[in-house]
Structure formats: structure tokens, C-alpha cells
Design a protein around this ligand. Structure first.
Ligand SMILES: Nc1nc2c(ncn2[C@@H]2O[C@H](COP(=O)(O)OP(=O)(O)OP(=O)(O)O)[C@@H](O)[C@H]2O)c(=O)[nH]1
Length: 908
């Protein structure tokens, strides 16, 4: 349904657009003009703000439904044992608690005994809201008066019912306690009941009693209803508060008690940068009332009222969103969300970027399903705003074949670079014209296949790391992977790693058996070795093409190019439409002193032309000039063609997508929006990828179908055994287990990067991540599991697949120390003279000894810890110490002692 415009709503309400605009301004909603469209929550607020209007009918009640909590569900927590609403009671299907209808002046007289009253903070039927507005500022707040005839029992007495206190001109309870503009003394905290003494006020910024345990503390919303702060205590929803600990608050009461007749000037004004100013008192006051009234719709949570979802209501938020963004989406007051979140044990300001977990926590409490928009979707949404899309549907008639794009991968020193050079020098297009070949990140060669000249594009950055790094940015550039294996060396760990990375990307592989010129070369052995990894040569009945080459002599290069083309023809349908505006990817980019930002772009579809307005990630500009790999100027570049592009205002990142836009302005605006999105994402805390615990949930929600695993172990036998056993786990057909990579040795950054791209979980069997990998895993939120018993790993995976995994404890890494000397003592055994590198080493903490990234001794305890001659309890990073591991004496210089703690894992 289209969003209504201001003038339409005005018409509905029987008022003028100008009046609506003014009202909107009062409400702090900034709307341009009569033809601006309005979000549903705003319309709802408006309708409430014009109660006499004709549009204010049953519809508004229906719209209020989003704020209606499930009767009996949530309310049960605050009001134990109270019945839910009984619709029959009023002789008509009464609106559910939280619906505005029931609170309309005299609108539903029969509802005075509506059970919604049983809910703390639920709107009280028959409440004289208009009296509040009629009597102006000195009127009690809307929820404060109970009708004489009300037979409904009051809500549970100690439920926080901030609205129930007759507080003339009292500011709202939900004011932002963090607002710097707030007058410390002007804003009372929601307080359950009147009390004789000065009213506690919201703390000033920085006077957060919470740190001393006096500010609610982590407890669940709804339960707050039961804990009532006593008079004089800082209120705020009534978390556990110990007397004497509220000092933080008291310091904040400087403004003194709430002055009778005072206007609560801090009010909502300025709390979130909206409104404010003395001369707007009366308007503001109305607005406050309006907001209070709005909030009455919803059940109270920790002393404030916020709209509720029904558990299925989806709220989409961008990465790095703040509570204000969330509040906008659900039509709540950001300050209320601050409070609610606080009661969930998390502190955040209204404008601070929050991570997904925090939103999930808040969403779960309020009945909203939070969807954090993925970076890809976010980008799509940005592009949609400009009517641009990266993936365009082409008419099949416009499609023509395009050259394959190839990445060369393989083990160190197996000849990747030399092979790329050999191919370039023998075959580079037009290179023979005497042009000096340049490294621009990619090049194109021409091959002769069955008399037909065909081009192949090679990415000039060899290695699977670069390949996966590009994929991590969402760029899938490679069509075919050439796996280089030196015939004199054989299959090595990185050969397998490269193979797995290519497979994870579902890219076909051609094997180049290199260095066949060497006398010790044994190409047959390579074929046989790779058979074990599922790459069976065609001559052995498989479907992988193996070509013997020598990068040194140039032998077999032609055949390799043929094999690439044949594989492309057999496995892929490489087509593109050259007659459209270009789409591509930045392969490489740098800042050149003379030429400014220089980016090598691989055109994927369409044709890029000099003069085109482009946006590349967060860079934009106009193509000033283009050059090919021979340094020659190019006017146009078609699909699969790499070109160096000049004219961007800044340097894009490798993997950034490139789009041609209608004009410079669009390009600039897209770039700016992306930059803002990136900034927000950076502000958000660690992104959480899939973990073994939430796998089942993700499965149920249809987010995943496969559990991807990466297995790293100390010995090949263990890795194989683990893999075999895991693959034997029988689960129903709806779930699949896929081992996308396995290998021997420490968990590397490259493993983490693969896990990041393919949403995999890393299993470390007697191995640990190296420093960089640990950091990357933390940053990317990759779940790494460590095991030393195969059955434990199998159990965990099996349970995850069956949805039974209930971990309660987790290992928390606390410090690492490098062994630099060994002191032998007959009394204490071997003492490690160690240097603490990270964290801190603590006496009695758990420890393990790593040798070359492999677990050498586990389940140990730091039994003695000394600095010089003194026994100490802790030694921090940057200091040396003596560590005794009890009876474990098998330590060597160079070993790493890792300490950890087993902590209870908070369940999501
Ligand atoms: N005899 C012979 N030597 C080769 C051949 N290909 C590469 N080499 C040599 O092998 C060594 C490693 O080659 P590179 O091309 O640097 O290997 P790489 O795989 O790119 O190595 P990294 O960049 O370290 O990953 C160099 O000394 C090359 O000269 C070949 O076909 N025959």
C-alpha cells in the first residue's frame, strides 16, 4: 500500500495541510511539504493528535494493533496470575490492550472494566484523556485518573506505573537520561508512586548509578514491574538496588525536587535534538502529552511504554543502526528504548550504533523480528534508490560469448608467478607491437582453439588468498582456477587449500603440472595424488583437465590455454551483453602521483567507455582515460576486458563493484550513501556469523541449508578420521554437512577468510589459530571450535545438526606467554622463563602448551607464577615471569603457553 501524503491525511482528518504540517513539526517529525509521504506510525500519531477529526475512527484502533501486546503473554510477567482480556466482557470484541480506541474520550464506555486494565501501564479504559488536554498544563497526566465507576482492580501495586502519579506538568518518564541538554533536576525518573520526599531524578550524564549496581542492573523487562523502588531510591524501573549504592544518582539531583508549578523545562525538548526552546512551552507540553498518550498504548517495560510487535513483526535495520533508528521504525520514543535496553542489562545511548545481538535481544523482548540488512542487500537498497541495479537481466538475444577470467593458484614456489609471466610474454594481445607490458592486475591473451582466435583474461595476482579476499567483498570474478602443482614437488598443503577455496566458490579447475622440464619431475605422481582429493584426470576417466607445462621453457602453455577454453566451454556458459552500460569489478587500485587514482577494472558486462560517469565502491568520477596491459590507450572496454581507468576521485578497494551511472551526480550520491553505510557498519560491533549454537535456528528460519565446516588438525590421520566420522552422521534430508576445507597445521587467516565467505565453522583438532587468524576470527565473528577428542567434535556437530546443542560453558582466552628460557629445579620441576605477550597470565588459571601452533600439552594449570623471586597472582602483557606447570615438564624454548578460563556461556 502506498504511503499516504500529508494533504491526503489532512483531508481525511478534515483539517488543512498546514495544520497537519504544524502538528508534525510539533511532534518533532520533519516533513517537507503537503506532498511528502508519511510513515504509518506518523499517520497514526497524527490521527491521535486530531481526535475530533473525521478520520479518527475505527481505523486508528486497528492500526494500533501493532502496539498491542499479546494478552496474557507478556503481561503475565508483570501481573502474575491476572487474566487476559476477555473479549466477551464488554459485549463486543473489545480492542486489545494497547489499542488506542479504548482510550478515546468516551468512545467505548462499556470498556471501563476492560481487562486491559489488569496490565500495568496498559491504557485504562475510560481514562479522561481529553481532560488532560482540556485543562492544559496543569492537568494530570492522561493515565492518572481512574474513572469512579471502574471496577477493575488496579494493576499489581508494585508494578511501575509512572503515569499513575499525579504530577502536574511532570515531564515524561521516558526522557532520555543521557541527554546532555537535560536539566539534571528537571526530569523525574519514573517512579511508582507519590512520595513525600524529593522525587528522585534521572541521573545526569555520567552519574550512572548503574556502574555501582544501583541502576536496575540486568534484569528482564516485565520483571521490572515487580521490583518497586522505595521512595527516595533512584527508580528507573526498579532493578535490584542496594541502599547506599545510589550515590551516582543523588549526585544528579542537583536541580532539586520537582518544583510545583515548574515546567519541567528540560522536558523532551532537545533530548534528541528536536524541538526545544522556551517559547514553545505550551506546544511542547502538548506534544509531551501526546507522546505520553501514544505510549499508553503499549504495556510498560521497565517503567516506560513502548509499542510491541506480535512476535512476527519484522523490522529491518541497517548495520550499525542506533536505537533512534529502531524507534523510528516502530514508532517509539528512542529514550524509552534506552530504558528498556537498560533493563535488559545493556547500556547504550539513543544514537550509538549497536550490534545485531543487541537488537535481537531488544527485538525479542518487544515482539519484533529484527533483520539486519546484509551488506549486499544494503548496497542493493542504496542502488534501488537511484533506480540502478548491479545485476541486470539481459535479453538472451543480446548476449554474446565472453572470454573466461582465470586465477592461478597453488603452493608456494610451484611457479604461479612464472607461469603467469610465461603466458603473458608468449601470448599477450598486441604485446608484439613493441609495447612494454605492464602489471595492471590482469591481462588478456589470445589463444588459437581449433583455428578460432579466442581471448582469455588472467588475473595477475596469483594465489587463493587474493581470490577469497575478493569473494569476501562479494566479487566473484574468477570463472576458472588454474591449480599449479610443481611436478618435482607434488601436492602440498597449499595446493589442497587452493583446491578447496576454488571448490568452495564452485569454480572449475584446470591443473597445470609445472616444472616438467626438471629431470626429477614426476607428472604421473601429481595426477595420482590429486585423485585422492577428488580431482581425477581425464585420461584416468575423470573430468579434470591436467596439462604438463614448463613455465621456464614455455612448454605446454598453448595446451594449457586450450584446456582452459575447453573447460569453459564444457562447464560454463560465459555470456554478456556488450551493448549496455558497464558493470565490473575493481581488481587493483592505487594512487599515482601524476595521474591520481588509478584503478584496474575488469568489465563483467556491458562496455565501459571514456567519458562514462562511474561509481566504484565509495569512489566515483568520470572515466578520463583507459589503458590496456600494454600501456596503450583504449576508448572502450567490453566484457571480461581488464583496463586501467583514470578519473576516479578516490581509490576504490580491490573487489569493489563498478557501475556506470546516468550522470556524475548519481555516481557521487551513490558513493556518498555507500560511504555513510560503511561508516555505520564500522561503528557496529562485531558482526556475528553463524555459530554452532544458532545453526539450528538459522536452519529453521531458512537462512541456511548446509552446515559448512573447515577442519584443521595436527596430523593428517586425525583430520581424515574426523572428516569421515562427521560425514557419516545421519540427519534428515533437510540438512547437509559440507566440509569445505580440511588441512594439517595451525588455523590460519586464510581459513578464517574462507569461513567468513562461506559462513563456515572452523574445527581445530589439537591446533589453535595463529595471532592474525584469532584476530580476524574475532573481527569477523567466525566460530572456531577446539577439540582434542574426536568424539566430542562429532557429538557437538551431530547435536547442532539435530538442534540439540546446548553449550553452557565456553573457553575464554586470557593470555599468552612465550617461553624464552627453561629453569630446571629439582623441587618444582621445570620452570618456564616466559614473556607475557597478550592479556595476562594468572596463577591457577588453565593453560596449554603450544609448539608451532600445535597443542603439545593441554588441561594444565599455572601452578606457580613468579616475578623475580616473588610469588605473584598475575603478570600482565609486556612483563617477564617464571611459570610452573606442576608436573608437566615437557616445555621448550619457543613454546607458547596459552592461558584460558572456562566461563559460563550466556545463552542467546
Ligand atoms: N625449472 C623450472 N623452474 C621453474 C618453473 N616454474 C617456476 N620455476 C621456478 O620456481 C621458483 C618459484 O617460482 P615462482 O613463480 O616464484 O613461484 P610462485 O608459486 O609464484 O611462488 P610464490 O609467489 O612464493 O607463491 C622460481 O625460482 C622459478 O624460476 C619451471 O617450469 N621449471
Amino acid at each position: 500500500m502506498a504511503k499516504p501524503r500529508v494533504h491526503e491525511v489532512a483531508k481525511q482528518l478534515g483539517v488543512t495541510s498546514k495544520q497537519v504540517l504544524e502538528k508534525l513539526k510539533e511532534m518533532g517529525e520533519f516533513v517537507k511539504g503537503p506532498s511528502s509521504s508519511l510513515e504509518p506510525p506518523v499517520v497514526r500519531k497524527l490521527k491521535a493528535a486530531f481526535p475530533q477529526s473525521k478520520g479518527d475512527g475505527a481505523g486508528s484502533g486497528a492500526k494500533g494493533a501493532h502496539g498491542a501486546a499479546q494478552p496474557g503473554a507478556r503481561g503475565g510477567r508483570g501481573v502474575a496470575g491476572r487474566p487476559g482480556p476477555r473479549p466477551g466482557q464488554t459485549g463486543r470484541p473489545g480492542p486489545r490492550p494497547g489499542q488506542r480506541q479504548s482510550t478515546r474520550p468516551g468512545s467505548r464506555p462499556g470498556q471501563t472494566a476492560h481487562p486491559s486494565d489488569a496490565r500495568p501501564g496498559a491504557p485504562k479504559p475510560g481514562q479522561q484523556r481529553p481532560a488532560a488536554s482540556a485543562t492544559g498544563e496543569s492537568a494530570p497526566r492522561p493515565a492518572q485518573q481512574r474513572p469512579e465507576g471502574s471496577t477493575t482492580p488496579r494493576p499489581v501495586p508494585h508494578a511501575p506505573t509512572p503515569n499513575a502519579i499525579p504530577r502536574p506538568r511532570g515531564p515524561r518518564p521516558a526522557n532520555n537520561p543521557f541527554s546532555p541538554k537535560q536539566h539534571a533536576g528537571a526530569r523525574p525518573v519514573p517512579h511508582p508512586r507519590p512520595h513525600p520526599g524529593p522525587r528522585p531524578h534521572a541521573p545526569r550524564p555520567g552519574s550512572f548509578g548503574a556502574r555501582r549496581g544501583g541502576f536496575g542492573g540486568p534484569h528482564r523487562v516485565g520483571q521490572g514491574g515487580g521490583a518497586r523502588p522505595r521512595p527516595g531510591q533512584p527508580g528507573f524501573g526498579g532493578g535490584p538496588h542496594r541502599p547506599g549504592q545510589g550515590g551516582g544518582f543523588r549526585g544528579g539531583f542537583g536541580g532539586g525536587p520537582h518544583r510545583p508549578g515548574g515546567r519541567g523545562r528540560g522536558g523532551t525538548a532537545g533530548a534528541f535534538g528536536r524541538g526545544g526552546g522556551r517559547n514553545r512551552k505550551s506546544r511542547k507540553s502538548k506534544r509531551m502529552k501526546r507522546q505520553e498518550f501514544e505510549q499508553m498504548e503499549a504495556p510498560t517495560l521497565g517503567g516506560v511504554k513502548v509499542p510491541r510487535g506480535n512476535g512476527e513483526t519484522v523490522v529491518r535495520l541497517r548495520r550499525g543502526a542506533s536505537l533512534t533508528d529502531f524507534a523510528d521504525k516502530i514508532g517509539a520514543n528512542p529514550a524509552s528504548l534506552v530504558t528498556v535496553l537498560f533493563h535488559l542489562g545493556e547500556m547504550a545511548t539513543a544514537t550509538e550504533s549497536l550490534d545485531e545481538d543487541t537488537f535481537q535481544l531488544l527485538g525479542a523482548e518487544l515482539g519484533f523480528k529484527i533483520q539486519i540488512v546484509s551488506p549486499e542487500d544494503e548496497d542493493k537498497e542504496i542502488l534501488e534508490q537511484f533506480d540502478v541495479s548491479f545485476d541486470v537481466e539481459d535479453d538472451p538475444d543480446d548476449l554474446v560469448a565472453r572470454p573466461p577470467v582465470v586465477t592461478v593458484m597453488g603452493h608456494v614456489d610451484h611457479g604461479k608467478t612464472r607461469l603467469l609471466d610465461a603466458i603473458r610474454h608468449t601470448k599477450v594481445v598486441a604485446g608484439e607491437a613493441g609495447g612494454i607490458t605492464q602489471h595492471i592486475g590482469a591481462y588478456q591473451v589470445e589463444a588459437d582453439l581449433e583455428g578460432e582466435k579466442r581471448a582469455i583474461t588472467f588475473i595477475d595476482t596469483p594465489g587463493h588468498e587474493a581470490f577469497t579476499a575478493m569473494r569476501a567483498r562479494g566479487a566473484q570474478v574468477t570463472d576458472i582456477a588454474v591449480l599449479v602443482v610443481a611436478a618435482d614437488d607434488g601436492v602440498m598443503p597449499q595446493t589442497i587449500e587452493a583446491l578447496n577455496h576454488a571448490r568452495a566458490a564452485e569454480v572449475p579447475i584446470v591443473v597445470a603440472v609445472n616444472k616438467v622440464d626438471k629431470p626429477e619431475a614426476n607428472p604421473a605422481k601429481i595426477r595420482q595424488q590429486l585423485t585422492e582429493f577428488g580431482l581425477v584426470a581425464e585420461e584416468y576417466g575423470g573430468d579434470t583437465m591436467f596439462v604438463d607445462v614448463s613455465a621456464k621453457t614455455g612448454l605446454g602453455i598453448d595446451k594449457l590455454l586450450d584446456a582452459i577454453l575447453l573447460t569453459a566451454d564444457a562447464d560454463l556458459d560465459l555470456v554478456a551483453n556488450p551493448d549496455r552500460e558497464a558493470r565490473g569489478v575493481a581488481i587493483e587500485a592505487n594512487l599515482d602521483r601524476g595521474r591520481g587514482a588509478v584503478a584496474t577494472v575488469l568489465v563483467q558486462n556491458g562496455t565501459l567507455r571514456v567519458g562514462d560517469a562511474i561509481v566504484a565502491g565509495t569512489a566515483y568520477g568520470r572515466v578520463r582515460a583507459m589503458f590496456d596491459e600494454n600501456g596503450e590507450s583504449v576508448e572502450a572496454a567490453g566484457p571480461s576486458r581488464p583496463v586501467q581507468v583514470l578519473g576516479l576521485t578516490s581509490v576504490p578497494r580491490a573487489g569493489d563493484n563498478i557501475l556506470v551511472t546516468e550522470d556524475d551526480r548519481t555516481a557521487r550520491q551513490i558513493a556518498e550513501k555507500r560511504e555513510a553505510a560503511q561508516r555505520n557498519a564500522m561503528l557496529a560491533k562485531t558482526r556475528k556469523r553463524i555459530s554452532l549454537e544458532d545453526f539450528t535456528k538459522a536452519l529453521e528460519e531458512g537462512k541456511v541449508e548446509t552446515l559448512n565446516l573447515i577442519i584443521k588438525g595436527d596430523v593428517a590421520g586425525a583430520v581424515e578420521a574426523l572428516e569421515e566420522s562427521l560425514l557419516k552422521i545421519e540427519v534428515d534430508d533437510s540438512v547437509q554437512l559440507r566440509i569445505i576445507h580440511r588441512g594439517v597445521g595451525a588455523i590460519t587467516e586464510s581459513d578464517v577468510s574462507l569461513a567468513t565467505v562461506d559462513n563456515a565453522i572452523v574445527i581445530g583438532f589439537n591446533v589453535r589459530p595463529d595471532g592474525k587468524a584469532r584476530e580476524a576470527a574475532h573481527k569477523e565473528g567466525v566460530d572456531i571450535r577446539f577439540y582434542s577428542v574426536i568424539y566430542d567434535a562429532i557429538d557437538d556437530i551431530e547435536n547442532a545438526l539435530r538442534g540439540l546443542l546446548k553449550p553452557e560453558y565456553e573457553e575464554v582466552h586470557t593470555g599468552t606467554a612465550e617461553v624464552r628460557e627453561i629453569f630446571r629445579s629439582s623441587k618444582f620441576g621445570n620452570i618456564a622463563g616466559a614473556y607475557v605477550q597478550t592479556g595476562a597470565v594468572t596463577r591457577n588459571s588453565k593453560a596449554r602448551v603450544l609448539r608451532g601452533g600445535v597443542v603439545h600439552g593441554d588441561d594444565l594449570t599455572i601452578e606457580s607464577l613468579r616475578r623475580f623471586k616473588d610469588d605473584v597472582t598475575e603478570v600482565k602483557a609486556g612483563y617477564e615471569c617464571g611459570i610452573g606447570l606442576g608436573s608437566f615438564n615437557d616445555i621448550q624454548v619457543g613454546d607458547e603457553i596459552e592461558t584460558y578460563e572456562i566461563r559460563e556461556k550466556p545463552r542467546d
